[in-house]
Design a protein around this ligand. Structure first.
Ligand code: PRP
Length: 186
């Protein structure tokens, strides 16, 4: 069902749905009786976020933030820029930052420090994917969907050069795509 730009499906939509439901149940249990604000990091986490919030029961608010650590292409620049801040203050609130992937750890290390300075009641991180082998900055997520190897993944919100976010499964990109040899695969 996918073209040659996709090497293989890594996590199917069925596996995703099952794991997102489990995470939602776990978060529901952990915050029982407590109001919770879920913060979506644009843009990669949007699909995961939309599915996750619907699996959480209780008093939930949502907000959005955008940081960028990558330019075009596939490697992290190590620089984190704030592109869009939250719409509401978070002081005294229970916050879970929802990410699509923890890679080098740079983005979340920076984002967590920035949000902690605003004195939330609690601050945790839920990431759909985690690539621990890629860490440059020590960072551990509180809720993780899937731990994966160091492969370039696209789909379910994750992009290659802003494309392929709409693929319903998490897929491994064919290396030829980012090696620049597009004619071989497209
Ligand atoms: C990606 C991803 C994480 C970050 C992870 O964001 O969404 O925020 O990189 O990498 P790190 O752990 O090395 O910092 P990106 O800046 O590509 O934006 P996007 O969410 O719009 O794809």
């Amino acid at each position: 069902m996918y073209g040659k730009e996709i090497k293989k499906i890594l996590v199917t939509r069925e596996q995703i749905a099952k794991r997102v439901k489990e995470l939602g149940e776990q978060i529901t249990r952990d915050y029982a009786g407590e109001p919770l604000t879920l913060v979506c990091t644009l843009r990669g986490a949007t699909l995961f976020f939309a599915d996750l919030v619907r699996e959480i029961r209780g008093d939930v608010e949502i907000d959005f933030i955008a940081c960028s650590s990558y330019g075009a292409g596939t490697t992290s620049s190590g620089e984190v820029k704030m592109i869009k801040d939250l719409s509401s203050p978070i002081a005294g609130k229970n916050i879970i930052v929802v990410e699509d992937i923890i890679d080098t750890g740079t983005t979340l290390y920076y984002l967590k420090k920035l949000l902690e300075a605003r004195n939330p009641k609690s601050l945790k991180v839920c990431s759909f994917l985690d690539k621990p082998s890629r860490r440059k900055v020590e960072f551990k997520g509180d809720y993780i969907g899937f731990e994966i190897e160091n492969e370039y993944v696209v789909g379910y919100g994750l992009d290659y050069d802003q494309k392929m976010r709409n693929l319903p499964d998490v897929c491994v990109l064919a290396p030829e795509v980012y090696m620049g040899d597009l004619n071989k695969v497209l």
